[in-house]
Design a binder for this molecule. Structure first.
Ligand SMILES: [Zn+2]
Length: 113
């Protein structure tokens, strides 16, 4: 399951950060999840809840920032909004779009005590 392995790598980052700073309580974890990353945010929240249970981040607020999808259309020679990975270009209708933004899955910020 995609979300579970993502949740586990987030836990590793959170634990490392907490340990490096000698902290025992993580207040907030801010994640950036792109619209094209195919991560189910609700499933991810559920998995995080489970994997963070015995860590300093148990009970931390998980903020998820959804980044909009962006694609590059070679026909139009410009970046265009892309809601789903295999959508056509909204300007020329072409299917040559290469996703360039909204693929992120990363920890942006960890707030600790
Ligand atoms: Zn186009």
């Amino acid at each position: 399951m995609h979300e579970l392995s993502l949740a586990e790598s987030i836990r590793a980052i959170v634990e490392e950060t907490a340990q490096a700073q000698g902290c025992t309580l993580v207040r907030t974890v801010v994640l950036e999840i792109g619209e094209l990353s195919s991560v189910e945010v609700e499933a991810l929240r559920f998995c995080l809840d489970a994997v963070l249970r015995d860590t300093p981040a148990a009970g931390a607020v998980i903020e998820i920032d959804a980044l909009p999808g962006v694609g590059w259309c070679p026909a139009c020679d410009r970046s265009v909004p892309l809601a789903q990975r295999y959508d056509p270009c909204p300007y020329c209708g072409g299917y040559q779009l290469r996703p360039t933004g909204g693929l992120e899955m990363r920890v942006r910020e960890i707030e600790i005590e």
